[in-house]
Design a protein around this ligand. Sequence first.
Ligand code: UDX
Length: 447
Amino acid sequence: MKVTVFGIGYVGLVQAAVLAEVGHEVLCIDVDAKKVENLKNGQIPIFEPGLTPLVKQNYESGRLKFSIDAEEGVAHAQVQFIAVGTPPEEDGSADLKYVTAVARTIAQYMTSPKIVIDKSTVPVGTADKVRQVMGQTLQQRGIKLSFDVISNPEFLKEGAAVADCMRPERIVIGTDNPDAIEPIRELYEPFNRNHDRMIVMDIRSAELTKYAANCMLATKISFMNEMSNLAELLGADIEKVRQGIGSDSRIGYHFIYPGCGYGGSCFPKDVQALIRTSEQIGYQPKLLQAVEQVNAQQKYKLPTFVERHFGKNLAGKTFALWGLSFKPNTDDMREASSRVLMEQLWAAGAKIKAYDPEAMNETQRIYGHRSDLELMGTKEAALQGADALVICTEWQNFRAPDFDLMKSSLKSPVIFDGRNLFDPDRLEKRGFTYYGIGRGASVNPVL
Ligand code: UDX
């Protein structure tokens, strides 16, 4: 099948590459000419495991194409994906200007019926807006052409995007026209073998499903972070509690890891957007507000530990920082806890020597101008002469460091661990002072 994808961001590029991989003819359109040129030269704008070879192979085979020509994009296929960004407005609500711009463009150039699929995470009611914008544009052109608008939210995780897209747990389709489903079934057929993963519903339910999923996951994390704060005060160990509750199959082990707060492009933005949507319709979403507040607070956990240990004034102190991205296997630093930590430590006068396996260029882009930040080539180099180590991201290769080297490199053997990578007892035996999240007795004396 032929498919056009508007927007070569995270969602658009991964979806396009995966659709091309299974044999569809995919044309990607973006307004960013440089991005399009780079992609043609095999330069992928994001770090995502498996994506570079997938894009390269499919581009070379001719099944995946890139262009800035929107008219060509509209002419290319009956199925048109909208996968552009929905950045947050000042008040946290989703800005739909790119989505409606694409809708207008499609209606501007279309000369045959289209199926417009909304992949971007958009507030409930956006499909109606897309329909309205397209209807108006066609009316201005003075022509009558039929089109369907379908909501098909994307559930991929950064760092596992290609795998998630290749083997989706579910394919949510929101439509009010049963006739429009057949082409979508054909499109997703290669991903829908063995058992039917397609869940068909009305458009508004599909739009809300995406927000509900992300808000539920964010809620689990904030719940665990709240428990970790209680555990710390009560002298309990949240890691034991996590295993204790995870073994209940109704709760499960997934997404109950306490830490220094969730980040990324989705959870913070989507929780805020659903709060704004609720408020706009006169509903106070108390739980969602609490989820957001707990998370915002949690990002100050590590700076608070540092202050508890070293005092308020950190002038003359240097901290080794391991992990800058918001989670492992990505270079994305949007809403990362490391940013709050660095900004707090800098404000208190400290210097930072930072290392991340993938996010060094991104850190350079954001904070390259700062003289109180040194970007280090290895995790060991970051430790040299630092007063203590702070860990913000659970990269696999942070899990079994050379503790003897660590001890001899640091001025004082102190670790502030925002992801609970280590066993507090073992570290204590090795002579470290160890601060973890909700590790009760190791952080606080028992009440
Ligand atoms: C998320 C959703 O998982 C995905 O389905 C949706 O499409 C987009 O948003 P992503 O933002 O890529 O994906 O990251 P995810 O792996 O979900 O992690 C989000 C944040 O939560 C990270 O900062 C991570 O460190 C944190 N997290 C996750 C925890 O603190 N504890 C956990 O138990 C799980």
